[in-house]
Design a protein around this ligand. Structure first.
Ligand SMILES: *Cc1c(COP(=O)(O)O)cnc(C)c1O
Length: 226
């Protein structure tokens, strides 16, 4: 495995190439470095290579790193399942949550956002392949949840997130995600939604071709997790 700096450079080049191929502006795609299971020193190395946005799945592990790296100007994204007993720590310590999938969690994140901090950026996770085992809002329930979240003063509804089923060709799920976002954006209350969080190390190219604005990349930056 190359040093982190070289890996980040390589992923950035791939993003640019994919964006060019899709006739999109590379600057419209944010690279989220997914740093679950990585020690704080590895995040610091990525930071020194210019990386600012980091995604974490496990709350306690994330809080330890947020503490250890509090002197750095990092944008923290929560991308793991949100249990209701975790919402306070998430709302107090993160800038983004990608995995909002029900009203109760939205209400708690909103109520627990500390006064004086900007609204928490949220994406609604969509169970795009309607898998029984997967969290996420079902496509049929999406509009009602989005309208409700859009009314919460301490949340900023940014967009949609999905982890397509590995059994299916991602392309199709990604294009359905894009269609769902475009559908929601027609609603006057939802017209500011601007984010599609989709694409991981293995399917970044297809996701960017279908309009991803945040790609969540772990392995291609940090190497395989054990
Ligand atoms: C682990 C994880 C990723 C990163 O996956 P890689 O295949 O390592 O790039 C992205 N999104 C979520 C939600 C994850 O849990």
């Amino acid at each position: 495995m190359q040093p982190i700096q070289a890996q980040i450079e390589s992923v950035r080049q791939q993003i640019t190439a994919c964006a060019n191929a899709a006739k999109r502006d590379p600057a419209s795609i944010k690279l989220l470095a997914v740093s679950k299971t990585q020690p704080a020193e590895r995040l610091q190395a990525a930071y020194e290579a210019g990386q600012r946005a980091f995604g974490e799945n496990y709350l306690q592990e994330a809080l330890d790193k947020i503490n250890a790296l509090s002197n750095l100007d990092i944008e923290w994204h929560f991308i793991g399942p949100v249990q209701s007993n975790k919402t306070r720590d998430i709302s107090e310590n993160f800038d983004w949550v990608h995995t909002l999938d029900r009203l109760k969690i939205a209400q708690r994140l909103n109520d627990q956002r500390p006064a004086g901090t900007p609204p928490l950026n949220v994406c609604i996770q969509v169970n795009i392949d309607q898998e029984a085992s997967k969290s996420g809002c079902l496509p049929d329930e999406l509009e009602a949840l989005a309208l409700n979240v859009a009314d919460k003063p301490n949340l900023q509804l940014r967009g949609l997130m999905a982890i397509p089923s590995p059994n299916q060709q991602g392309n199709c799920a990604f294009s359905r995600m894009r269609a769902l976002l475009e559908q929601l954006q027609k609603h006057p209350k939802l017209s500011a939604m601007d984010t599609l969080s989709m694409g991981m190390s293995g399917d970044m190219a297809q996701a960017i071709a279908q309009g991803a604005t945040i790609v969540r990349i772990g392995t291609a930056i940090f190497g395989a997790r054990d």
